[in-house]
Write a protein that binds this ligand. Structure first.
Ligand code: SF4
Length: 538
């Protein structure tokens, strides 16, 4: 099949999807949600029974978890309405009133878009949640059935980017265009762009693309959201990257407990049936295979430089891993490591000419934020804007006193830096920066929070090297003492010394990043630690 035939097949299977005059009902929620399944069934039945020209779509998640199940009804003749926390009763009300009588339903209406403000709800375009976002990687999340390749093709122009890349030929596309496109779009930084360039230019060995979909930090859900709600955008990105760099094989590894393996296997089967995987993809001379692997769920395996270790059946002892300034080798082959967010961006960039835009970053809000959403924001968005406009501020009503940028092993940022971009350019080795932001309100105890983080880090250390195994334990013991008013005046110097030693002596990136919350919080909130120590009876 070629791309036109795939598109025709998709449109003929579900003509309503591409028909602008057709009513569309999206029932969106995360994972398996029996409530959302029931609501979807109610809408599907009502369309059938009442002979309404429309389609009900059991969509993935938008990333607005506390609003789920979400129902969006697009009525081309009226307006689109976005309802939150829909249950069977409110779904029945929407069917009875909005679908059958054309009357708006106020209860649960979150916002709307369209011509007339006939309901008591905000316009989508007025809400920061929508107007501050720039959804490129997450463009299809909540808007397609992730289990149906035809939805991806019709709604998101799926696989058009791949067809375009194939039409450009490997030499035209790989050259300088590919890494510079990644750099402009994602600000991956010079060293990562060079790394991709050298990988593309290398010859003589089998090349393999590794997609680390582990979500290194438990507070980050970017990979999971993308693979659950829009798996084809990631898989298409793997094909595009493979074609651009001359790789013939891709390995996507996920947490063994993530429960998304079936979705990925279904997606891969659909790709194979549509001539999108295997030999001669879309009648070209490009062939590519994708293998799905599992790794134990932990901070350690989620670290992208640990990918090689995760791919080996018998995990070897820890070793010093190079900074991967060049593409690495694994069993004699050349490898490059990337993640679902980068790959999902690739497929979008090649469909629309978005490469000149500044780019965006997926982030999940947590901690004291009112709204703990996963959103995609323009790269220049400030921390303050994320806290106040998207997160809605702190649930307690108190001001934010700090954020932890980058999850459990991230850095503390104080309010005097809230007007900086949340994602500085070239921030990380992977080039895509932190993907979670934890907000602390004025009533939060920095000492107790860092103690909890240290406990989590110690529990996740694989224990194979001394500085991480013992360093994380000693750090935890000292922090527990300070937290329980048993601290000693020399403890802060000891914590700082331990942290610095771990940063230089730990074998892997996990251990080297682990002291960051301790070191950055002591630097910014030393007085809080000192107060606890002074309150100690000794
Ligand atoms: S730094 Fe920690 S997680 Fe990494 S190898 Fe050493 S003990 Fe294991």
């Amino acid at each position: 099949m070629n791309i036109e035939q795939i598109r025709e097949a998709a449109e003929s299977e579900s003509p309503c999807l591409s028909d602008k005059s057709c009513i569309k009902i999206y029932v969106a929620s995360s994972g398996n949600n029996s409530g959302a399944d029931r609501i979807f069934g109610m809408f599907e039945e009502s369309l059938d029974e009442n002979g309404i020209r429309g389609v009900a779509i059991r969509a993935g998640s938008f990333g607005y978890y506390d609003l789920e199940p979400i129902v969006v009804i697009e009525r081309p003749d009226l307006y689109s309405i976005f309802h939150k926390n829909v249950d069977a009763d409110s779904a029945a009300g929407l069917i009875e009133n909005f679908l059958l009588k054309d009357e708006p339903v106020k209860a649960g209406a979150f916002c709307f878009s369209g011509s007339e403000n006939t309901i008591d709800a905000a316009r989508m375009s007025d809400l920061p949640l929508f107007n501050l976002q720039r959804r490129i990687a997450l463009r299809n999340c909540g808007w397609i059935d992730p289990g149906n390749i035809h939805h991806y093709v019709v709604h998101g122009g799926g696989y058009t980017g791949l067809a375009r890349a194939l039409s450009m030929g490997p030499k035209t596309f790989s050259g300088e265009l590919f890494p510079s496109l990644l750099d402009r779009r994602l600000r991956i930084g010079d060293s990562t762009a060079d790394q991709w360039q050298r990988f593309a230019d290398s010859e003589g060995r089998e090349k393999c693309l590794i997609c680390n979909a582990m979500d290194a930090d438990p507070k980050s859900v970017t990979s999971r959201l993308l693979l659950e709600s829009d798996p084809h955008s990631v898989l298409e990105g793997m094909l595009i990257a493979g074609h651009a760099t001359g790789a013939s094989r891709g390995i996507l590894y996920i947490a063994e407990k993530a429960g998304i393996a079936r979705r990925l296997r279904t997606a891969a089967d659909q790709m194979r049936r549509h001539n999108l995987l295997g030999p001669g993809i879309l009648h070209s001379d490009f062939s590519f295979e994708i293998e799905i692997k599992y790794a134990p769920e932990s901070f350690v395996t989620g670290q992208w430089v640990e990918s090689f270790r995760c791919l080996e059946e018998n995990q070897p002892p820890p070793r010093v891993i190079p900074d991967l300034t060049d593409f690495d080798e694994y069993r004699g082959n050349a490898f490059i490591i990337t993640g679902p967010e980068v790959l999902s961006n690739l497929s979008a960039v090649l469909v629309k000419d978005k490469e000149e835009t500044p780019g965006s970053k997926v982030m999940t809000l947590g901690g004291c934020a009112i709204h703990k959403y996963t959103v995609e924001i323009p790269i220049q968005t400030t921390i303050r804007s994320i806290i106040e406009e998207i997160g809605g501020g702190c649930a307690s009503g108190k001001p934010a006193k700090a954020v932890i940028l980058g999850g459990s092993a991230g850095r503390f940022i104080a309010p005097n830096a809230f007007d900086l971009e949340a994602r500085p350019a070239g921030e990380s080795q992977a080039g895509i920066g932190p993907d979670s932001i934890e907000i602390l309100d004025a009533g939060s105890s920095v000492v107790d929070i860092v103690r909890d983080i240290a406990a989590c880090i110690h529990a996740q250390s694989c224990g194979k090297c001394l500085f991480c195994r013992e360093g994380s334990l000693q750090t935890l013991n000292i922090l527990e003492d300070i937290s329980d008013n048993r601290g000693k005046p020399q403890d802060l110097d000891l914590l700082t010394e331990l942290g610095k030693d771990m940063k230089t002596a730990c074998l892997c990136a996990f251990g080297r990043n682990a002291p960051d919350p301790v070191l950055s919080s002591i630097e910014l909130f030393r007085e809080e630690y000192e107060e606890r120590i002074q309150a100690s009876p000794l």
